[in-house]
Design a protein. Structure first.
Length: 188
């Protein structure tokens, strides 16, 4: 956790009053030195629980906050370190999906660990069929995903193709001269 992140979290504790002989800045520095090795998310969660459990307006002790943070971390470590389903990865393989003609291997949160998934906008993919998945795994899946309107059209004649090629070369040569100037070996 950085000092900037800590300042945001410490500001949340302004609602609690300190003893009259304590300076808020000194106490904040002491707490930061004791909590800096924790991730800011763990500290934020601990402070939220501390605020929610407060019974009066006095600042709870640092030990209480550390216990709340550690109990949260211990809960995750117990769930993830010994999980027989994901072996601590918190993710497991799920059935692949088809999205706009492409197959995507998918993973999902482990149901046994209970780690919540982040909120996100869900696309509308369709699940891959077993045949599509087998073909993809065998590297034989080659569905043409380009729409017809975007595909290159065949030339009407060889003369039209050659004319286009000559025009493109002339255009690139003009661009080269414009960007880099004439070279001694160039024909003028």
């Amino acid at each position: 956790m950085t000092s900037t992140e800590w300042n945001v979290q410490w500001k949340r504790l302004d609602q609690f009053s300190l003893p009259p002989d304590a300076k808020r800045s000194t106490v904040g520095l002491e707490w930061f030195s004791q909590l800096r090795h924790y991730h800011v998310d763990a500290v934020e969660r601990g402070i939220s629980e501390l605020i929610g459990a407060a019974r009066d307006g006095f600042m709870p002790g640092l030990g209480t906050l550390k216990e709340l943070i550690q109990s949260r971390i211990d809960k995750y470590e117990r769930a993830h370190g010994n999980c027989r389903t994901c072996h601590g990865a918190t993710m497991i393989e799920s059935w692949p999906l088809m999205w706009e003609g492409r197959l995507y291997e998918m993973y999902t949160r482990c149901p046994d660990c209970g780690v919540p998934a982040p909120e996100m906008k869900k696309p509308h993919p369709s699940a891959a069929t077993k045949t599509e998945y087998e073909e993809w795994k065998a590297l034989r899946y080659a569905r043409d995903t380009m729409p017809d309107w975007a595909k290159a059209k065949p030339w009407k004649s060889e003369a039209a193709r050659l004319k286009h090629k000559a025009e493109m070369r002339e255009g690139f040569e003009r661009l080269r001269i414009k960007l880099f100037g004439h070279h001694e070996g160039d024909a003028a």
